[in-house]
Design a protein around this ligand. Structure first.
Ligand SMILES: [Zn+2]
Length: 178
């Protein structure tokens, strides 16, 4: 985990290729960049955003540009992250939406292209496989990541129990492939 960010926790999962999960507030960019550059395990090739709120994606553009990483997010949130759907499209939490709308200009967060649109059951090839668990509610495209090998939920905002769907036509996402 990258220390001392203001917003969301920022995780670096180091496997065969490094994967960065969530990007923190825009104000966190420099701190996250500094720590990632000190990291001997390599630069992240993939940046996974667990949902579109500014405390999770605010630094995404800066980090993507710095490392040439591709961005992955759930298909239901991808348009908001790219800026083709309005930030407040999903009115699941009015106070929070207003809060972030008010803050967004201050932080001047930039939209970012989402190269990989994730679906429930997709597996990211890092740390032995991180399965995408779709947990709509906080936003329509909120996700958690489930670590298959160790059998526990590794990352994500909402740890509530959920029926896991059987493996279907799930895609595998390669960190570093653009
Ligand atoms: Zn949020």
């Amino acid at each position: 985990m990258v220390d001392r960010t203001q917003g969301s926790n920022v995780y670096l999962a180091v496997g065969e290729s490094a994967v960065l999960v969530d990007a923190g507030f825009p104000m966190d960019s420099k701190r996250v960049l500094r720590q990632l550059r000190k990291n001997d395990d390599g630069c992240p090739g993939l940046l996974v955003l667990t949902h579109y709120h500014i405390d999770h994606m605010g630094s995404a553009r800066v980090l993507k540009d710095a490392f040439g990483a591709s961005v992955a997010a759930h298909e239901a949130d991808a348009d908001v992250i790219e800026g083709t759907s309005p930030y407040d499209r999903f009115k699941v939490d009015v106070l929070r939406t207003l809060y972030y709308r008010a803050l967004a200009p201050l932080f001047r967060y930039e939209n970012v292209m989402v190269e990989t649109r994730l679906s429930d059951g997709d597996v990211i090839d890092s740390l032995g496989g991180l399965e995408v668990i779709h947990v709509p509610g906080h936003t329509a495209g909120s996700i958690m990541l489930f670590q298959e090998k160790r059998g526990h939920t590794l990352l994500g905002r909402h740890p509530e129990a959920r029926e896991r769907s059987p493996a279907g036509a799930a895609a595998r996402v390669q960190p570093g492939s653009r």
